[in-house]
Write a protein that binds this ligand. Structure first.
Ligand SMILES: C[S@@+](CC[C@H](N)C(=O)[O-])C[C@H]1O[C@@H](n2cnc3c(N)ncnc32)[C@H](O)[C@@H]1O
Length: 348
């Protein structure tokens, strides 16, 4: 069987030159979770249109189509057939999986935003590399949450999503936006604000939390209620905030040392341009809040620190860095000052 995938047009626009490379790497990773062996995962050109293609010995089942439907770049899915000596593409219905509508993470535009399709890809890579599946009830943390792109993408997949963000302005804007979104879309929800850390009220670290469900009935059942929570705090204290290994995935886009520095200390506002310094401080806490079999995926600017140095930082903190193909095939230029890559590390 030969399957062809038409790439999301937005994906092509954003990473014009590298979209294929990233999509191929994501597809190769996903192919390992399919029920059948895949060969020849590649780019195919038919009548001047480029597709991603993969071949299998037998037909893909529903679970396989579900995995493919969730990939960040997938726009349309076809199986190649032959009729009267002509090749023809037969469309395959994709699996409906969106809990929150996909549009949620593309509504807001701001400097320093991580591209939403790239973010979706990082979440997929994390899940596909972990011991968990889409059918598990997934809790994800973005410890450098900015204005929430990762949290919203996690919401599209129906995951519980938590974020930590140092800058109160970003947290405030995310909360305002998400509340308005839930109201506009008439999604049943409840908002709360609780102290999760701090010796007293003045030094309190608060978590703003939304609990929501797509309909009234689901909202009554705690197992079906989804959560999006944001902590205005410092990621170096992740374990103090969450207190147990509750996350299946930790996914984020580290500061690039361009628009934002990574502020190590809220009071001194000292800035470091090196993501490995931030990771050195944060990883002991991040690994404590990550479940066994869970995975961390971080994007960073490899102009600032190389892959080997960053890998060593993860290894020092007892995490296994997944470095074989396709995990090492995601590096790409974003602009002249940012060469972006992702690092994938697992807690065994
Ligand atoms: C590249 S931005 C993330 C952008 C985000 N993915 C989005 O699309 O909005 C990195 C964020 O990390 C935050 N940050 C840096 N150091 C931090 C720390 N120690 N704890 C929490 N957040 C931190 C910065 O304030 C910045 O908002």
């Amino acid at each position: 069987m030969k399957y062809l995938i038409l790439q999301h047009p937005g994906h092509n626009r954003v990473y014009y030159n590298v979209a294929d490379k990233l999509a191929l790497a994501e597809l190769k990773l996903a192919s390992k979770k399919l029920s059948v062996d895949c060969i020849n995962i590649d780019i195919a050109e038919i009548k001047n249109i480029r597709y991603l293609s993969l071949e299998t010995e037998s037909i893909l089942n529903d679970d396989d189509i579900q995995i493919l439907s969730r990939l960040s770049f997938v726009f349309a899915l076809f199986i190649l057939d032959e009729k009267d000596g002509h090749e023809c593409l037969v469309p395959i219905a994709q699996h409906e999986h969106q809990y929150l509508d996909n549009k949620i993470s593309s509504l807001l535009k701001y400097p320093g935003k991580t591209n939403e399709l790239f973010t979706k890809m990082m979440i997929n890579v994390a899940l596909l590399a972990s011991d968990f599946n889409y059918s598990d009830s997934i809790k994800m943390l973005d410890p450098v949450a900015g204005k929430g792109t990762t949290l919203f993408e996690a919401g599209v997949y129906g995951f519980d999503a938590y974020g930590i963000e140092l800058e109160s302005k970003s947290v405030h804007e995310t909360l305002i936006f998400f509340k308005k979104y839930l109201q506009t879309e008439r999604i049943k929800h409840q908002a709360s604000k609780n102290q999760i850390y701090g010796p007293n009220k003045h030094e309190a670290i608060m978590m703003d939390k939304f609990e929501f469900a797509n309909n009234k009935e689901d909202f009554k059942n705690p197992d079906l209620v989804k959560t999006l929570g944001i902590v205005n705090g410092n990621s170096t204290h992740a374990f103090k905030y969450f207190k147990k290994p509750m996350f299946n995935l930790i996914v984020g886009d580290l500061p690039y040392g361009i628009a934002h520095g990574n502020v190590k200390d809220k009071k001194s506002a000292s800035k470091t341009r090196n993501p490995s310094d931030l990771l050195d401080e944060c990883l002991p806490e991040w690994s404590k809040v990550l479940k066994k079999g869970g995975v961390i995926v971080m994007a960073w600017n490899s102009f600032i620190v190389g892959r080997n140095r960053l890998s060593d930082t993860f290894k020092t903190h007892g995490l296994e860095v997944l470095s074989e193909a396709p995990f090492n095939e995601f590096e790409h230029m974003v602009d002249r000052s940012i060469k972006r890559d992702i690092i994938v590390a697992k807690k065994n």
